[in-house]
Write a protein that binds this ligand. Structure first.
Ligand code: F6P
Length: 353
């Protein structure tokens, strides 16, 4: 029998579509299946610095949130209790306030915590676990670059939004015979670009995992023109590594801007669209809602089973759990030699290499 009576739940890092779905599943499973009390921790681990801001989450409080974007708990991608930064009189100081955070969680009556977050939040969860906190993690990121899980919720919605943008940009690209660039998110991984590029029928996809040259892209644009395709859509992952000939260009600009300028110059065609946070907005796809729900229920079950220090994950068709220590610090990158990239190449998609 589990000695858990009350759990705390929090969301950390960038928002993704499906966070509210996971919160709803956590609250419902905890209350309906185990009769636990659930306390919502606002704004990631920051919420435990000010315990008076945390309050109980009931079935009523999660009603209607399934299709909603964002997180009803709030989030931050800065708060780290082991490395807590404050500024006083212009002076920045860094402190370890983890003891205070742990004491506050106890004061609030939390027997265990479920932390929903990406790599950074999972690292903090691991540190708290090492200090004795009964904690379980739920992975999330639109980038889909966490090595422990085949898929994270948020990714499917981001790909759907990016694909929709590629579909829509076809209209003008075709009508005006333009080369058009769409930059998508993904940090150092090319998953969103690869999936949205294939799904949207983009002839060129540039991802961080495959080095490219401008010459190859321009040759490809010309080659397309040779057989009557007078437009080209280039889907670019934000994390691409610029080729040496572009290294001198404006640092700090989105790579899409630079690529748009160069492609425009070389092919006398261009237009740029940086999708940005639109990819994290709107309503989650059914896939993300289902995955978030499964992760939420699995995390609650993990707490009940005493599987602390673990994170839930999807392996093939199955929800599993792995030690957080094995789930962090290692990025899951696109593997250029695997089937997905090869399938894209087989239908003529150019990666600029
Ligand atoms: O990791 C998720 C992500 O959306 C990345 O794709 C992107 O690079 C980054 O977060 C943007 O972060 P922020 O919301 O802090 O601007």
């Amino acid at each position: 029998m589990s000695d858990i009576r009350c759990i705390g739940i929090g969301t950390g890092g960038g928002d993704v579509l499906g966070l509210n779905a996971v919160i709803r599943a956590l609250v419902k499973a905890a209350i309906l299946k185990y009769k636990w009390k659930v306390i919502g921790i606002p704004d990631g681990f920051d919420g435990l610095i000010w315990p008076e801001r945390a309050f109980e989450r009931t079935l009523k409080s999660v009603s209607g949130i399934l299709p909603r974007g964002g997180t009803i708990l709030g989030t931050t991608n800065r708060g780290n209790p082991f490395n807590y930064k404050t500024t006083q009189n212009g002076q920045e100081s860094v402190r370890d306030i983890s003891d205070q955070v742990i004491a506050n969680a106890k004061k609030l009556g939390m027997d265990a915590i479920i932390a929903v977050g990406g790599d950074g939040s999972q690292k903090i969860a691991l540190e708290l676990f090492r200090k004795g906190v009964k904690i379980v993690a739920v992975p999330k990121t639109i980038d889909n670059d966490l090595c422990a899980t085949d898929v994270t919720f948020g990714f499917d919605t981001a790909v759907t939004t990016a694909t929709d943008a590629v579909d829509k940009i076809h209209t003008t690209a075709e009508s005006h015979h333009r080369a058009m660039v769409i930059e998508v998110m993904g940090r150092d991984a090319g998953w969103i670009a690869l999936h949205a590029g294939i799904a949207g029928g983009a002839p060129v996809i540039l991802i961080p995992e495959i080095p490219f040259t401008m010459q190859n892209i321009c040759d490809y644009v010309k080659q397309r023109e040779g057989y009557g395709k007078r437009f080209t859509i280039v889907v670019i992952a934000e994390g691409i590594k610029l080729p040496p000939e572009m290294k001198h260009m404006g640092r700090g600009l989105p790579v899409g801007n630079m690529m748009g300028d160069v492609i425009g110059l070389l092919s006398r065609k261009d237009v740029l669209s940086v999708l940005g946070h639109i990819q994290r907005g709107g309503s989650p796809t059914p896939y993300d809602r289902v995955l978030a729900t499964r992760f939420g229920v699995a995390a609650v079950d993990l707490i009940a089973a005493g599987g602390f220090g673990k994170t839930v994950c999807l392996k093939g068709e199955h929800i599993q759990a792995v030690d957080i220590v094995d789930a962090i610090g290692q990025m899951k990158a696109v593997e250029p030699h695997r089937e997905l990239v090869q399938a894209a190449r087989a239908i003529g998609i150019c990666f600029g290499d």
